[in-house]
Design a protein around this ligand. Structure first.
Ligand SMILES: Cc1cc2nc3c(=O)[nH]c(=O)nc-3n(C[C@H](O)[C@H](O)[C@H](O)COP(=O)(O)OP(=O)(O)OC[C@H]3O[C@@H](n4cnc5c(N)ncnc54)[C@H](O)[C@@H]3O)c2cc1C
Length: 531
């Protein structure tokens, strides 16, 4: 069963090794353990609905609480601290496209705000219910989860938009295909949510971001059904699919999604590699990204993330073995940068890629640590998110930030963001643990993904204030460095103040006009994406 106030399945727990706790205590201090606000108290506090009854709309408190938040840190703080104030008035659970049309008509007739709810895994405040004089209706997509068609000869598949990652992959795999989209939130996030937030999966180097995978489909809007055929290419003016991507529920509700699929690969291996310094590692990764070598992933942790990963997730025995191995290969474990390189395709393609990538890695003094590290990473690829629950219970909050910049700015931006975070709570004497990795690399630049851990404060409001200071400092550093405010988490509510710096006033107004045509009464997820 899904946890009501944290990440994932309530029966799964990720333990923190003693070395991990020691690292947190050393960098941040002892955690401040805060009691969780009880579920029954929340349910008692949910106000009466303002919506008229409808057979497709539930007003039960539990469902309304579930749809009142996503997985952003402010969502967590409000949920676990009991300060979440705004809830949808009802939750609609459409089972087919006709239901969606009925729901939009009902919302239109009752001047109701509509928030499409996919898997509820947003980390940017997309699902937060803003204070509103109008009633608010969440449209939970979980019943719109069917496979419509697998078109093998054209390598296309059509699904209803509410299908979750594992269900989608299972049905494709059974016919020998894959979508290959594996965000860390794979267990719960949905196809419609991926498109609406411009998501990126862990093996995007080979399969592409959702932009490359999204071939078309249908969107239910207040102006009618928008149909987007899966042309292989088209010069018929601007591509409307690009406007649906990243629309964050402002345009309408994606009902069906057509995706590009691929046959399952024969080999899908990930190998670990270590570099003696950030400088050599970054140059190697840039060379790999700019080569024509077919790789499924190139991921590079900076020295602090390399250490943190080993301490937070590895066993003491593995860490000792690895340090010995690194010293033997002439690498100082404190400066080491761990890389993960994915080889995919036929056995021959993977072998050739390994040999070609190997010579680049060696040129930059990297040493291969083999497949074992990659296998361990694969095993935990969706489980490491559960550490957020464990750390919270120990009195620490964890959040992540991401951007993308051109290669010449990667190191400087990473350092600026980490420094901004490290200094953001100096005035209140709180220390922060930060570490970063490059996870999606391109010929012209890379994403930078930074994790920060800080201590819970003695009240939810203070913890939220601390988070705000941290987020603001890091977001400003990103904007000043010329990075995008989001590489793959989207805008939602949390990144909204920084969007204009990137799009400019003309860009923002263009988007605003487009949404105004489709949604003239500003009913679709207002307060997100655009001010
Ligand atoms: C632990 C964790 C790890 C994560 N890892 C990754 C990662 O590796 N890569 C990545 O890209 N993201 C990641 N995320 C962020 C998140 O999973 C993505 O943004 C995801 O795409 C959201 O999908 P969802 O179905 O949960 O959408 P929701 O969170 O339910 O909704 C997100 C937005 O999309 C809109 N939306 C959802 N469904 C529809 C629809 N059918 N029609 C119209 N609008 C819709 C909502 O209104 C909202 O604005 C992670 C999140 C967590 C908590």
């Amino acid at each position: 069963m899904r946890r009501w106030n944290g990440w994932g399945d309530a029966s799964i727990r990720m333990e923190l090794p003693p070395e991990g706790l020691a690292l947190l205590q050393q960098h941040i201090g002892d955690g401040r353990i805060c009691p969780d606000y009880p579920l029954d108290k929340f349910l008692e506090r949910i106000p009466a609905t303002r919506l008229p009854q409808h057979p497709l709309v539930i007003d039960a408190p539990r469902q309304r609480l579930e749809c009142a938040h996503g997985q952003s840190l402010p969502d967590w703080i409000r949920l676990r601290g009991g300060t979440l104030k705004h809830f949808p008035d009802g939750v609609a659970q459409p089972s087919n496209v006709e239901d969606l049309r009925t729901i939009l008509n009902y919302a239109g007739d009752n001047n109701t705000v509509v928030i499409p709810y996919g898997g509820g895994t947003s980390v940017a405040g997309h699902l937060a219910v803003c204070e509103s004089e109008r009633p608010v209706l969440s449209v939970a997509m979980q019943r719109l989860n069917r496979l419509i068609d697998i078109d093998g000869p054209n390598l296309l598949a059509t699904f209803e938009a509410g299908i979750r990652g594992p269900d989608l992959e299972k049905q494709l795999n059974a016919k020998g295909f894959t979508l290959g989209h594996f965000p860390q939130s794979f267990e719960y996030s949905t196809l419609g949510g991926w498109v609406a937030t411009r998501s990126s999966g862990q093996q995007s180097r080979h399969y592409g971001r959702i932009e490359q995978l999204y071939a078309g489909g249908e969107v239910a809007t207040f102006k009618g059904q928008l149909k987007l055929p899966p042309f292989p290419a088209s010069a018929a003016g601007p591509d409307i699919r690009q406007l649906v991507l990243g629309s964050e529920g402002r345009m309408g509700i994606l009902s069906r999604v057509i995706v590009n699929i691929l046959p399952l690969p024969e080999v899908n291996d990930i190998h670990g590699v270590f570099f003696p310094s950030w400088d050599s590692a970054c140059k190697a990764v840039q060379a790999l990204a700019q080569s024509q070598i077919s790789l499924s992933m190139i991921r590079l942790s900076n020295p602090s993330e390399t250490t943190a990963n080993l301490m937070l997730a590895g066993s003491a025995q593995q860490v000792t073995w690895l340090k010995r191995f690194l010293r033997f290969r002439g690498i100082d474990p404190d400066l080491a940068c761990m890389g993960l390189i994915g080889y995919i395709g036929t056995a021959r393609q993977a072998r050739v890629a390994r040999s070609e990538a190997g010579s680049i890695i060696r040129r930059f003094k990297g040493v291969s640590a083999g497949k074992q590290i990659g296998d361990a990473w694969k095993k935990n690829r969706f489980r490491s998110a559960y550490l957020r629950n464990t750390l919270w219970e120990l009195g620490y909050a964890v959040d992540t930030l991401e951007t993308a910049v051109n290669w010449d700015k990667v190191t400087e931006t990473m350092n600026r963001v980490e420094n901004a975070l490290a200094q953001a709570l100096e005035s209140v004497n709180e220390r922060i643990l930060t570490f970063s990795h490059l996870s999606h690399v391109y010929a012209n630049g890379s994403s930078i993904y930074t994790t920060f851990v800080f201590r819970l404060a003695d009240s939810p409001q203070k913890t939220l204030d601390h988070w705000r200071k941290l987020k603001q400092a890091a977001s400003r550093a990103i904007v000043e460095a010329g990075g995008t405010i989001s590489h793959h988490h989207g805008i939602g509510r949390d990144h909204l103040p920084y969007l204009e710096a990137e799009k400019g006033a003309v860009g923002i107004n263009t988007l605003r006009q487009m949404f105004a045509y489709l949604d003239p009464n500003r009913q679709m997820n207002p307060g997100k994406l655009l001010p």
